[in-house]
Design a protein around this ligand. Structure first.
Ligand code: S3P
Length: 431
C-alpha cells in the first residue's frame, strides 16, 4: 500500500474485469483449522493481508508448521499446540484474535494475545465469557480487553445462547469445543456466516449448522485442501465505485456468494443498481460467481435490522452508495458498528457530513439523505485504523466534485493489499 495518505479524485469511467483478494473469514479459518489438523493442509487463494498474516504467525508460534509456497499458496502441518514463548500479536484483527482464543483454549497451554490500538479497545468479553463457562482460565485487562491470557485445557461442553448473531463468538466456541468433553451448541437469534461449520466439515469434523450450530461426536481434523474464493466484502468497493462513477462498467470474477454474506448485493439491487451475477458455480464448498456493476441511478433504501448479519462489514460502503442515491436511506440495527475496527457509525456520519452529505444516527439506525448529484467532497478523512472506512471514502472521492484525502490509509493492507493499484487499473484516480 502506497503510504499513509491516499487521495481519490473525480475519475473517468471505470472499466475492466478484476479479481479481488481471497475471503478474509475463510483465510483465518483455513490457517487455524490447518494448524489443528493431523497431516498437511494446502491452502490456495489465501488473503495475504496483514490481518491474516498475523494469524499465520500465531498458528506457527503455537507449534504448527506454516509455510508460504507461492502467491496465495500455503502449506500448514498441524500439531498439538504448545505455549508460545512470547505474546501473539494480532495487529488490527478481531477475527484472528477471537477465533484463536477459542482454538487455543482447548489445549493445556497458556497464550497471551495483544493487538494494536484499535484492537486493544475492542470488547473480548463476548468470547471470554463462554470460554470461562467451558472451564478456561482467563486473565484480561479492564472491561475484558487485550492483553488477554488464556490458560486452556480440560474444557467441558456448553450450550450457549447468544443474544446477537456473531460468527466470531460461534466459531470461538466451536473451535474450543473440538477438545471439550460433552455437547457443544451455539444458538443465535439470526444466522451468522457459517464458514466455520462448512470448513470444519471439510476437515472431517461432524458439525450441524443452522439456527443451532452443534458439534457431533467426531471432532478430530484431518488435513485437506482449501480453496479460498474472492472476498465479497472487498468486491463491494470496486462494484460500488462502478455504480457511482458515470459511464463505468466493472466485473469482479470469482466472488464468494455464500447466502449468509450477500445482504449487500440484495440491498444494492433494491436500490436499483445495475448489478448482475453470472457463472454461478460451486468452488471449494462455497458458491461463487462473477458480479458486474454498471453505472446508473440509485434510489434510497430501507435496510431491515434482520439483514445486518449478512452485510455487517458492508455498511460503510453502502453508506457511500446511499449518498449518491435519490432520496432517504435508513439502515436499522447497527449497534455492532460501534465496536468494529472503529466506531463505524460515528466515522461514517462524520465523513459524510465533511463531504457535504446529510447523515445522522437515530438510536441504532443510520439515516442518509441522498443527493442525486455528486457530493462536494473536498475533505480529509482519518481512517481511524479502519480499512473499510478508508476504502469507503476513497470510493466517494472518485465520484465527488472535489478530491477526498484519507490519512492512515496504510490500514487498507489489513484486508485488501493492492487496493489502490487495482482501482488505478480500472481508471480510478487514487494517488
Ligand atoms: C467475521 C464475523 C463478523 C465480521 C468480521 C468477520 C468472521 O463479526 O464483522 O469482519 O470472520 O467470523 P461478528 O461475528 O462479530 O459479527
Amino acid at each position: 500500500m502506497s503510504g499513509e495518505r491516499l487521495t481519490a479524485s473525480a475519475s473517468g469511467a471505470l472499466h475492466g474485469t478484476i479479481v479481488v483478494p481471497g475471503d478474509k473469514s475463510m483465510s483465518h479459518r483455513a490457517l487455524i483449522l490447518g494448524g489443528l489438523a493431523e497431516g498437511v493442509t494446502k491452502i490456495y487463494g489465501l488473503l495475504e493481508g496483514e490481518d491474516v498474516l498475523h494469524t499465520a504467525r500465531a498458528v506457527a508460534a503455537l507449534g504448527a508448521n506454516v509455510e508460504r509456497i507461492g502467491p496465495g499458496e500455503w502449506r500448514v502441518e498441524g500439531c498439538e499446540w504448545i505455549s508460545p514463548d512470547e505474546p501473539v500479536y494480532f495487529g488490527n484483527s478481531g477475527t484472528g484474535a477471537r477465533l484463536l482464543m477459542g482454538a487455543a483454549a482447548g489445549f493445556p497451554i497458556s497464550v497471551t494475545f495483544t493487538g494494536d490500538e484499535s484492537l486493544s479497545g475492542r470488547p473480548m468479553g463476548r468470547v471470554l465469557g463462554p470460554l470461562r463457562e467451558m472451564g478456561a482460565g482467563v486473565e484480561a485487562a479492564d472491561g475484558d480487553r487485550l492483553p488477554v491470557t488464556i490458560h486452556g485445557g480440560n474444557l467441558n461442553g456448553l450450550r450457549f445462547v447468544n443474544e446477537k448473531a456473531s460468527a466470531q463468538v460461534k466459531s470461538a466456541i466451536l473451535f474450543a469445543g473440538l477438545r471439550a468433553s460433552g455437547a457443544v451448541e451455539v444458538v443465535e437469534p439470526a444466522r451468522s456466516r457459517d464458514h466455520s461449520e462448512n470448513m470444519l466439515r471439510a476437515f472431517g469434523v461432524e458439525v450441524e449448522s443452522g439456527e443451532v450450530a452443534r458439534l457431533g461426536a467426531k471432532r478430530t481434523l484431518s488435513g485437506t485442501e482449501v480453496y479460498v474464493p474472492g472476498d465479497p466484502s472487498s468486491a463491494a468497493f470496486p462494484l460500488v465505485a462502478a455504480l457511482i462513477v458515470p459511464g463505468s462498467a466493472v466485473t469482479v470474477t470469482g466472488v464468494m456468494l455464500n447466502p449468509l454474506r450477500t445482504g449487500m448485493f440484495t440491498t444494492l439491487v433494491e436500490m436499483g443498481a445495475r448489478l448482475t451475477i453470472a457463472n454461478e458455480r460451486d468452488f471449494g464448498g462455497e458458491r461463487v460467481g462473477d458480479i458486474s456493476a454498471t453505472f446508473g441511478a440509485l434510489r434510497g433504501v430501507t435496510v431491515p435490522a434482520e439483514r445486518a448479519p449478512s452485510m455487517i462489514d458492508e455498511y460503510p460502503i453502502l453508506a457511500i452508495a446511499a449518498a449518491f442515491a435519490e432520496g432517504r436511506s435508513v439502515m436499522h440495527g447497527l449497534a455492532e458498528l460501534r465496536v468494529k475496527e472503529s466506531d463505524r457509525l460515528a466515522a461514517i456520519i462524520a465523513g459524510l457530513v465533511a463531504c457535504g452529505v446529510e447523515a445522522r444516527e437515530e438510536g441504532d439506525s443510520l439515516i442518509i439523505d441522498g443527493l442525486r448529484a455528486p457530493p462536494l467532497g473536498g475533505a480529509t478523512i482519518d481512517a481511524h485504523h479502519d480499512h473499510r472506512i478508508a476504502m469507503s471514502f476513497l470510493t466517494l472521492g472518485m465520484a465527488s466534485h472535489e478530491p477526498v484525502a484519507v490519512t492512515g490509509a496504510a490500514t487498507i493492507a489489513t484486508s485488501f493489499p493492492g487496493y489502490a493499484e487495482l482501482m488505478r487499473s480500472l481508471g480510478g484516480r487514487v494517488e
